[in-house]
Design a protein around this ligand. Structure first.
Ligand code: S3P
Length: 444
């Protein structure tokens, strides 16, 4: 997505927030469904695909690689090329703002005899790619000029060598890229992770017919994929995105009198760290009607206004809530007492340096916050003055988190740009307004 003129917005004291609603499909699962659909033989049908810029960029990318993805009625369809069957694209592929799209696609492309130039927006062009390219190069991928940031050109090979690789950082994107490369490589490729990260890739590879085994011993999990397997086109149903639901839950907890229910949200345990933390803070958040849909656990989430207390969030929990820290920091600002969040190194390499951007946004709105190495401490006093203008640095989650803050703070909160919200949650504003949130361009 090219970045248009900045679109500032203010959020003002609102509420109570009330209603039942659904959030759009999970972003991680949407990317993977398109990519594995492209590698399968035959047609893959995807219901509930997230139609946000990041995922649309991935749909365009698989189309450019010879596996057309298009919408028919309310279902997306991908015409797969079979394992190893992707074609040379005509020109560079634009991944917009999406780290997941770019990084996963490096693994998808790697076992093909094609050369792909990858570009992205200003935020994506600053993000580290060396962590992905390192192990893929060890398998045989070539990178023009040995670049470690976009724009870059990779040349794959149908004769990659399998590897066993221990993740140096807890990253599902890295794990997934290696497993995707291993899918098109003769022999067995193994990824070892010491901290569990989201496991949608393993689940979906199995759903499409690949042989993937996971075994945990002494706290480390070995995930092995058998290469050169044929995948078959499948039906995929994408559950609601818990990372999008987090903003609605946060708003309901903070705005007095609120009571909302979000239906059909993914509650895979590798994604629910925020909900565990909120319960420890004393939040009235319940998971109702837990069930399994399309190989993933799903529930309805009910959240009601709550008096909250500060807590300590352990570093081990970070991978299961890595995208939720900006929202949690805003919630913590309204809690009583300090909230300490440890182990946040990975936050520095997201769509922005989220650790710095979150702390700056809190400070701008009269909340005391400290960053100490990889730790964020938010000193909650039960009340947030607001009145600040927040720099979003091309980061959708910073924009949405601070708009939520403004719904419950004494004075309005303004974010300098809302355009990037379209990368993950285009319906954010109308859905929030539908439950009673108030925004105003005028104060911007
Ligand atoms: C994602 C993994 C996470 C997350 C990102 C989506 C994925 O990144 O922050 O929004 O779909 O695999 P890392 O794996 O780099 O932590």
């Amino acid at each position: 997505m090219t970045h248009a003129d900045p679109a500032p917005l203010s959020a003002v004291a609102s509420g109570p927030l009330q209603g039942r609603l659904r959030v759009p499909g999970d972003k991680s699962i949407s990317h993977r469904a398109l990519m594995l659909g492209a590698l399968a033989t035959g047609r893959t049908r995807i219901r509930g695909l997230l139609e946000a810029a990041d995922v649309i960029d991935t749909a365009r990318a698989v189309t450019a690689l010879g596996a057309p993805a298009s919408k028919s009625g309310d279902t997306w369809e991908v015409l797969g090329r079979g394992t190893g069957g992707l074609a040379q694209p005509d020109g560079p592929i634009d991944f917009g703002n999406s780290g997941t799209g770019a990084r996963l696609m490096m693994g998808i492309v790697a076992p093909h005899d094609i050369s792909v130039s990858m570009i992205g927006d200003a935020s994506l062009s600053k993000r580290p790619m060396g962590r992905i390219l390192g192990p893929l190069k060890a398998m045989g991928l070539e990178v023009e000029g040995d670049r470690e940031q976009l724009p870059l050109t990779i040349r794959g090979s149908s004769r990659l060598a399998p590897i066993a690789y221990t993740l140096p950082v807890p990253s599902a994107q890295l794990k997934s890229a290696i497993l995707f490369a291993g899918l098109g490589t003769a022999g067995e490729t193994t990824v070892i992770e010491r901290e569990a990260t989201r496991d949608h890739t393993e689940r979906m590879l199995r759903h499409f017919g690949a042989e993937v085994t996971s075994a945990t011993e002494d706290g480390a999990t070995r995930i092995t994929i058998k290469g050169e397997a044929e995948l078959e086109g499948r039906e995929v149903t994408v559950p609601g995105d818990p990372s999008s639901a987090a903003f609605l839950v946060a708003a309901a907890l903070l705005v007095p009198g609120s009571d909302i229910t979000i239906e059909g949200v993914l509650v895979n345990p590798t994604r629910t760290g925020l909900y565990t933390t909120l319960q420890e803070m004393g939040a009235d958040v319940t998971l109702i009607n837990q069930r399994e849909e399309g190989g993933e656990p799903v529930a309805d989430i009910r959240a009601r206004y709550s008096e909250l207390k500060g807590v300590r969030v352990p570093a081990e929990r970070a991978p299961s809530m890595i995208d939720e820290y900006p929202a949690l920091a805003v919630i913590a600002a309204f809690a009583h007492g300090p909230t300490r969040m440890d182990g946040l190194a990975e936050l520095k390499v997201k769509e922005s340096d989220r650790l710095a951007a979150t702390a700056a946004g809190l400070t701008a709105n009269g909340v005391k916050a400290e960053v100490d190495g990889d730790t964020l401490i938010v000193h909650g006093t039960g009340r947030v003055p607001g009145g600040g203008r927040v720099a979003t640095h091309l980061d959708h989650r910073i924009a949405m988190s601070f708009l939520v803050m403004g719904l419950a703070s004494a004075a309005p909160v303004t974010v300098d740009d809302t355009a990037m919200i379209a990368t993950s949650f285009p319906e954010f504003r109308p859905l929030m307004e539908g439950i009673g949130a108030r925004f105003g361009e005028s104060a911007a």
